[in-house]
Design a protein around this ligand. Structure first.
Ligand SMILES: [Fe+2]
Length: 384
């Protein structure tokens, strides 16, 4: 499930991320994914939740294709299969959002998270007709569309409203910021292709009368408004912000004082760092459970050839000698920083390789340290 990105990370961030689309032909091997995998994703998601949707002339009500039943005292929900099949035969699109605990999807998501340094949320789309189920719209997050089965036509237009946030959906803005008339891209996305599309770019992905399944991996960075929102929540510590308001004459000087305070507050690098640490600290990464290694007191540690991967998106903080992974802050000495940096730059490395490339670190110490980092969910074993 590896991805062959057509440009290196630094070039992607400089030239494409949030700037312009990028079509990456044959970036994944489509042979690794089958309809069986696709069916399992839809079957195993919570069919009663809003994250599973059926789109046909709008989003269909759950009652049309999900039933609830009692299973020996437990209320369960299941897809009404004939109804789902009927909708799909008529040209509906079946959608699973916020996919979790699906190793096949998670492996792609991990690669995109490594590539962009951002948290990733995955969705899946299946359709069999030639029906335009979404019409032209913009997304409020950058996406990597990974075409895994069949083909889809993508028509793309430049943004009319730049960098929309999650509250700024195209359906609410299109009367004021209509889609441009001339597309800037019109192409067929084929199995194995990845299309990167920044938020705000109008697009219309069209089924072309054949079976199609694609994943859309959305990336979620911290936005400036998130920082401002966080900063506002810190304002009650400032006396002037706690004062009551009565009339403009009286209150103007209070507001001027608050304005100055807010300005210097958000421009203080300490506060910026505090916010970023909290933002990164709130992210949880999906990593596989390995009870046989880390829950077993008789285990002798990680196997020498097992692949190791850093379970972290943001490694910038290594310059300051720490790392935040799954909510845990980890302070590191010089040797630790060097080791973690090496692992982050060489995903899929293994203990044997680390021993060879770091001869100055005692191999037992290295083994114990890496085992402990795996146990703490900072590193994950990618294969054994
Ligand atoms: Fe979209």
């Amino acid at each position: 499930m590896s991805i062959k990105f057509s440009v290196p990370t630094n070039e992607f961030i400089e030239r494409y991320q949030e700037k312009k689309p990028l079509l990456m032909k044959r970036a994944v091997s489509p042979d690794v994914f089958s309809w069986r995998d696709a069916n399992e994703i839809f079957e195993r998601c919570d069919v009663s939740a809003n994250d599973l949707k059926l789109s046909y002339e709008g989003i269909r009500p759950k009652s049309e294709y999900v039933e609830s039943y009692w299973d020996i005292g437990t209320l369960r929900h299941r897809l009404i299969k004939p109804a789902v099949y009927d909708f799909l035969r008529k040209g509906a699109t079946l959608i699973a959002n916020k996919i979790a605990n699906e190793p096949a999807v998670n492996q792609f998501a991990t690669k995109v998270a490594e590539f962009t340094g951002r948290q990733v949320v995955s969705s899946a789309y299946a359709a069999f007709g030639s029906r335009d189920s979404f019409r032209c719209h913009w997304d409020t997050r950058d996406i990597f569309a990974i075409q895994l089965i069949g083909r889809k036509r993508w028509i793309v237009y430049e943004p009319s409203f730049e960098a929309p946030l999650y509250t700024q959906q195209s359906k609410d803005y299109e009367h004021e910021y209509p889609c441009p008339e001339t597309p800037c891209m019109d192409f067929i996305l084929e199995p194995g292709d990845i299309f990167y599309l920044p938020r705000g770019w109008w697009h219309n992905p069209l089924p072309i009368g054949e079976a199609t399944f694609h994943l859309a991996l959305g990336t979620f960075p911290a936005y400036t408004v998130d920082y401002l929102d966080w900063a506002i929540k810190q304002m009650p510590a400032f006396l002037e912000a706690r004062r009551s308001l009565s009339d403009w004459e009286n209150d103007q000087s209070t507001l001027v004082a608050v304005g100055h305070h807010f300005n210097s507050f958000i421009n203080d690098p300490k506060h910026y760092q505090h916010f970023m640490d909290e933002f990164v600290g709130a992210i949880r990464n999906q990593s596989p459970l390995a009870i046989e290694l880390f829950g077993n007191p008789a285990s002798t540690g990680i196997p020498k050839q097992a692949g190791l991967r850093l379970n972290v998106h943001r490694t910038l903080d290594l310059d300051d000698g720490y790392l935040i992974a799954n909510g845990t802050r980890l302070n590191l000495d010089g040797q630790g920083v060097r080791l973690i940096r090496w692992i982050s730059e060489h995903p899929e490395t293994c203990l044997a390789e680390l021993i060879t490339t770091h001869p100055d670190i005692n191999s037992d110490k290295l083994c114990n340290l890496l085992t402990e980092l795996c146990r703490q969910d900072v590193l994950e074993l990618s294969h054994t």
